[in-house]
Write a protein that binds this ligand. Structure first.
Ligand code: AMP
Ligand code: ZN
Ligand code: FE
Ligand code: FE
Length: 280
């Protein structure tokens, strides 16, 4: 079993890096990529333990980028060498911007009457606290009943306390990954929300024009039709294919490591080999 998309508590997953490695071993996952949002800290913490235990652990990341006014998740894989220090320094800048957004988001929530402090948020998510952590606090304090309601009422673009984050342009994200020796991959393309398959294909071709190298064909949000469509598109455009569950532990309890939602994710070992071959 293979899973190339997972999150630890270094970003917005609930498992510690060690728990995630244990979990993978128990579930029969042989190759795992940790793709935390904006940080490599979870991967770095898990790596020595994974090596000890014989789990093939790949270095990955997921960045939120902006293209044509839309937020686009960009996965990056570094199966060869670890990313350059230039890239890692740049991640620190992104983390600072996130912390600044979080500070402003706390202010905006307080202004609409929510009792919340930055300390509370960071006790859940530390330096990488994200909106899912805000959402779980809003649920815990009974401002809303569900995480989704927290987004709809407060945190999403249409929410009362929405706070913009300075997101990287998609082409810059791609270029920086390539320069750092990484493989940029479009995450869960189904969430791009294109109306037709033609529009979707055009969008993905534009990303290829920017240097995109891969497409996440399998994902917990992809049904069989979507998987077929993305597999054909990747073949036509010469893109690498990847896949994973997007496991977040207890924060997304219906998603299982290695197998996704109701077993809808299965990633061939061959895809890992190709990812490796294309590097360096
Ligand atoms: P952040 O990186 O802190 O801005 O948080 C982004 C994360 O919040 C995403 O990865 C999603 O998991 C979640 N998210 C963003 N928008 C929504 C939404 N409208 N509904 C539910 N979850 C969302
Ligand atoms: Zn996440
Ligand atoms: Fe994502
Ligand atoms: Fe993810």
């Amino acid at each position: 079993m293979v899973d190339l998309h997972s999150h630890t508590d270094a970003s917005d997953g609930s498992d510690t890096p060690f728990e995630l490695v244990d979990h993978a071993l128990r579930a029969g996952v042989k190759a795992l990529a940790i793709t935390d949002h904006d940080t490599l800290a979870g991967y770095a913490a898990a790596k020595p333990y994974a090596e000890e235990e014989g789990l093939d652990l790949l270095c990955g990341i997921e960045l939120s980028t902006k293209y044509l006014g839309q937020t686009v998740h960009l996965l990056g894989y570094f199966p060869g060498e670890e990313p350059s220090t230039e890239f890692q320094d740049w991640l620190v800048e992104l983390q600072d911007k996130r912390r600044d957004r979080n500070r402003r988001l706390v202010g905006n929530l307080q202004r609409v009457g929510v009792d919340i402090t930055l300390g509370e948020v960071e006790s859940l998510g530390r330096t990488m606290a994200g909106r899912p952590h805000f959402a779980s606090i809003l649920v815990k304090k009974k401002y809303v009943k569900t995480m989704q309601e927290a987004f709809d009422k407060y945190l999403a673009e249409s929410g009362r306390a929405y706070t913009e984050r300075d997101e990287v342009p998609l082409d810059e994200g791609i270029a920086r990954m390539r320069r750092a020796g990484g493989i940029p991959v479009i995450a869960h393309p189904v969430r791009l929300g294109r109306r037709t398959a033609e529009e979707e294909a055009e969008w993905i071709e534009a990303a290829v024009g920017m240097g995109m190298l891969g497409l996440e064909v399998r994902h917990s949000d992809h049904d069989a039709t979507a998987v077929g469509r993305y597999a054909r598109l990747a073949a036509r455009l010469g893109l690498l294919t990847t896949g994973g569950s997007d496991y977040h532990g207890a924060y997304k309890p219906d998603i299982r490591l290695g197998t996704g939602k109701n077993g809808n994710v299965s990633v061939p070992m061959e895809w890992v080999a190709r990812l490796r071959e294309s590097c360096g």
